[in-house]
Write a protein that binds this ligand. Structure first.
Ligand SMILES: [Zn+2]
Length: 315
């Protein structure tokens, strides 16, 4: 199977064995300014660089996208970071590559991969919490990956954790990801530095300018012992605790798998989340096991290949 992970700035393709092992993979930069046709050409090039149809024959292909997706039609309904609305990605890519292509939301793909090949093997009730630039999630309940009325269940990044709080990129305000997602951490850090430049010297020096301060800058300065970065990380931990407690109370998973770029950059977030669940969730839910994603940055790619395998089996 061939799995593809399409983000806002890059696409990675990989040939994936039945046990979830990535046999070969290749990445390409994508420019959302090129429009859907340009991006789809880059995706097809990335796919072809690890799959030669003449030598290997046809494969089934799945593509995970950071977007709201209708998997039955293979349509990207809304991808804010790519600037796409209602793009029939599956059909366009199938035409380009000559084989069927399944389309899935990236957080759902990552959940599927962790469930079938990663930290969640054998679990019948798990929640995958993706902490990246944004915050997303997906739930397996009673051995089924949940879908939702518009295929968008598990958008936990938009749970309100501060009433009347920070503006989000969605129509709501006070959202979980506006505080604890990568972009939310960066915005909070930039505001703190603008407010008191003397306290932000180390962050400024590392990033080279206020608007270049990212969550990663904050994590690096935290490790270097900077006081403002320490405060920002401490606040982020409290927001993560609030969000995770609500999620575990709502979904009652026996296993919470935590993944995404923020966890790779700050592994201590996982024990912080676990401690909050133990002490603050309703007693039966508080026993949920908490694990770090095992597939890491490859989770969505492997999940896309899992979906391709499902279409290969047929209905
Ligand atoms: Zn929101």
């Amino acid at each position: 199977m061939l799995g593809i992970d399409l983000g806002a700035t890059k696409v990675v393709s990989g040939l994936v064995a039945a046990d979830g092992t990535i046999l070969q993979h290749s990445g390409r930069v994508v420019h959302s300014n090129d429009g859907p046709n340009g991006v789809i050409r880059a995706v097809a090039q990335s796919a072809r660089s690890c799959w030669d149809p003449a030598a290997a024959g046809p494969v089934r292909i799945g593509i995970a996208v950071a977007a709201q997706v209708d998997p039955t039609e293979g349509t990207v309904l809304h991808a804010p970071n790519l600037g796409w609305r209602d793009i029939p990605l599956g059909a366009l890519l199938a035409k380009e590559l000559g084989v069927p292509v399944a389309v899935i939301n990236d957080a759902r793909a990552a959940a599927l991969a962790e469930w079938q090949h990663g930290a969640g093997v054998g679990a019948s009730d798990l929640f995958f919490l993706s902490l990246g630039t944004g915050i997303g999630g997906s739930a397996v309940v009673g051995g089924r990956l949940l879908e939702g009325g518009t295929h968008a269940i598990g958008e936990v990044g938009h749970l309100t954790i501060v009433a009347g709080g920070r503006r989000c990129h969605c129509p709501n305000s006070g959202c979980f990801e506006a505080y604890a997602g990568g972009w939310g951490i960066a915005e909070r850090a930039q505001e703190a530095v603008r407010e008191k430049p003397s306290a932000g010297r180390a962050l400024l020096a590392r990033a080279g300018g206020v608007s270049a301060i990212s969550a990663q800058t904050v994590f690096e300065e935290y490790r270097a012992g900077d006081a403002l970065a320490g405060r920002l990380v401490g606040e982020t931990e409290r927001y993560l605790a609030d969000g995770a407690v609500g999620i575990v109370n709502a979904f009652n998973p026996s296993l919470l798998v935590v993944g995404g770029g923020l966890v790779a950059g700050m592994p201590r977030f996982v024990p912080v989340i676990e401690a909050a669940i133990r002490s603050r969730c309703q007693p039966p839910a508080a026993g949920a096991r908490v694990e770090t994603s095992r597939l890491g940055e490859n989770a969505s790619l492997v999940g896309a290949a899992c979906v391709a395998r499902e279409i290969a089996r047929g209905p």
